[in-house]
Design a protein around this ligand. Structure first.
Ligand code: PLP
Length: 401
């Protein structure tokens, strides 16, 4: 018999498994609201025009080679990524006290940052929001950190439990690491206000808590790259240290290219240099060096003023379509007289709406309406279109009445 005969069949990933189930359903009205990827009004994946242009430039350039990148990735990409997230005028960049390494999208950036902290930071506990993206606890546990949660979402208001958040972070041991969603919190779509961010910053700095920002949706929440980076820039402006994981999956539509960056803002250029040398020791045995293609696309777009401007317009168009889907769904429920307060659909931010539907209701909607979503009631607004909103509204109406 096989030496692996004792293995049990592992469950599907709770998020990716939704698409597996969707693909098996032959119904013509089936709707996949589980996937965290942008879709056009026609329900199709979108390759941005600027990405096509950048790829054409890369193809036309016959001097390009396919040698290995350095362990830290494409250096120009790293510099441009730091500028994008921290702002061109950032004191940390000016003072050269930041190190940025190209990683495998947001997930890889979180994993490398997590392993670096587990190896070199005195506190091994990371606090993540309750709830959070399902991969977070697994990434940080495998990185060697101890994962704990802090209160974040209030089911009663379908908004932020700010008091609970302050209490939990206030009670965390000094120096603990805190994972913060920079914008468009996944899965709840609930973000602190700028005033609340300022209170969080003051509390964290006063307790010496280490901030680790997960920025998977810069520009996708508000439509503005600068607005969505504001919380991070507040934490950098005070001169303190922090980590930032960036992903280009959503905002440049580069999902499968796996392109992202980890930045560590330090107190001095000297420390930043030593941090980078240790990051290389984390990366080298993990995957040696990152891929070249996606980072090259990003560098072409970020370095060229015209392409950059074109990108911001395409990004804004994606964000606007999602916001429009929120309004249409909200209106459709109002028209049907669906019981309950559904204003959270238009108040929440980013790709997802945390509907408040429970697992039994989700299961009913899948069975009777062929609508697929994660069992926590999270729906991807990007998976909706004007054509499919009525079907979703009918299903929600049926399940709550
Ligand atoms: N962080 C959050 C909160 C996310 O929602 C995602 C993607 O869904 C990621 C990180 C990482 O995505 P990727 O590894 O595709 O960049």
């Amino acid at each position: 018999g096989s030496v692996f005969a004792h293995l049990v069949q592992a469950p599907e990933d709770p998020i990716l498994g939704v698409t597996v189930a969707y693909n098996k359903d032959p119904s013509p009205v089936k709707l996949n609201l589980g996937v965290g990827a942008y879709r056009t009004e026609e329900g199709k994946p979108l390759v941005l025009n600027v990405v096509r242009k950048a790829e054409q430039q890369l193809i036309n350039d016959r001097t390009r080679i396919k040698e290995y990148l350095p362990i830290v990735g494409l250096v120009e990409f790293n510099k441009l990524s730091a500028k994008l997230i921290l702002g061109a005028d950032s004191p940390a960049i000016r003072e050269n006290r930041i190190t940025t390494v190209e990683c495998l999208s947001g997930t890889g950036s979180l994993r490398v940052g997590g392993e670096f902290l587990a190896k070199h930071y005195h506190q091994k506990t990371i606090y993540i929001t309750q709830p959070t993206w399902g991969n977070h606890p697994k990434i940080f546990t495998l990185a060697g950190l101890t994962v704990k949660t802090y209160r974040y979402y209030d089911p009663a208001t379908r908004g932020l439990n700010f008091q609970g958040l302050l209490e939990d972070l206030g009670a965390a041991p000094a120096g603990s690491i805190v994972l913060l969603h920079a914008c468009a919190h996944n899965p709840t779509g609930v973000d602190p206000t700028i005033q609340q961010w300022e209170q969080i910053r003051q509390l964290m700095r006063s307790k010496g808590l280490m901030s680790f920002f997960d920025s998977a949706y810069q520009g996708f929440a508000s439509g503005s790259l600068d607005t969505d980076a504001k919380p991070i820039r507040m934490f950098v402006a005070d001169g303190g240290e922090c980590l930032v994981a960036q992903s280009y999956a959503k905002n440049m539509g580069l999902y499968g290219e796996r392109v992202g960056a980890l930045s560590i803002v330090c107190k001095s250029a000297d420390v930043a240099g030593r941090v980078e040398s240790q990051l290389k020791l984390v990366i080298r045995p993990m995957y040696s060096s990152p891929p070249i293609h996606g980072a090259s696309i990003v560098a072409v777009i970020l370095r060229d003023k015209n392409l950059f401007n074109e990108w911001t317009l395409e990004l804004k168009a994606m964000a606007d379509r999602i916001i429009s889907m929120r309004k249409q769904l909200f209106e459709a429920l109002r028209t049907r007289g669906t019981p309950g307060d559904w204003s959270h659909i238009i108040k929440q931010i980013g790709m997802f709406t945390f509907t408040g539907l429970n697992p039994a209701q989700v299961s009913f909607m899948t069975k009777e309406y062929h609508i697929y979503m994660t069992s926590d009631g999270r729906i991807s607004m990007a998976g909706l279109s004007s054509k499919t909103v009525p079907h979703l509204a009918d299903a929600i109406h049926a399940v709550v009445t």
